[in-house]
Design a protein around this ligand. Sequence first.
Ligand SMILES: C[S@@+](CC[C@H](N)C(=O)[O-])C[C@H]1O[C@@H](n2cnc3c(N)ncnc32)[C@H](O)[C@@H]1O
Length: 283
Amino acid sequence: MPNFFTPVELTDKDYSIISDYIQKNVGIRMPEGKKVMMQSRLASRLRALGMHSYEEYLNFVFNKDTSGQELIFMTNALTTNKTDFFREADHFETMANIVLPDLTEKGHRTIHLWSSASSSGEEPYTLAIVMSEYMRTHSKSFSDFSILGSDISTEVLDKAVNAVYTEADVSGIPLEMKRRYFLRNKDKEQHTVRIKPELRAKCSFQRLNLMDSSWEIPAKFEIIFCRNVLIYFDKPTQEKIIKHLLYHLIPGGYLFLGHSETVFSMDLPLKTVGPTAYRKEIC
Ligand SMILES: C[S@@+](CC[C@H](N)C(=O)[O-])C[C@H]1O[C@@H](n2cnc3c(N)ncnc32)[C@H](O)[C@@H]1O
């Protein structure tokens, strides 16, 4: 029997069962080179369940656990959730300089935004800050906004709802903005901050799989962010998801993808307004 220090080995067969499941159901491609990563990420699940082989684990995940809970934990463990406040900052300039003036001019009063791979909340809360700053400095713009954050990982969604971040996480945000939108922990030794309740109230979070054929979300948004998730999917899946996202975007609404993602060679009704920022054509 393996002792505490011997990692349980993931066989090629078990690796291929898990990677096939993840690619088919979550979209993420798991080439052969990811085997070590998968083994180390799932090791804590085996430990938590007191299991000594991946065969036993897979039998539990796919046959015995009728609640489906372990599939959620397995998916949580295999997603990559790296994110930051104001990541790919030029997108927020495009919003303030092009998108929000255009939506104001077209008479939109309430703006509905969707961060469709929100991870732990940094992206939707950045959007909430950008919207609040714009409304504070442009009194004749919008009367309200709401933001939906969604992700497949329940672990990061819990963090997003909690909205607590380390001081290091927010170190790049100007002091004035931090004072306006974050609360410092009263216990100074904790070195954490929390998004203020007024801003949290604008954001709601739900689990949503971009691979699903229908999404239980409000019908249409003026602005959709889908950044740094499509890179993990193959090209046909990317195109299918972008088309599905566009169905939920109003004509004249705006779509933002990650800087290493592209709609190049896809036949879509989009006009580029900035780096990986697009307006849906009014057909
Ligand atoms: C690298 S993070 C990007 C976060 C944020 N959009 C950003 O750019 O900083 C990618 C996120 O996509 C989520 N994800 C992966 N596959 C997904 C799927 N099929 N449906 C919804 N979210 C998914 C992951 O859980 C992860 O939190």
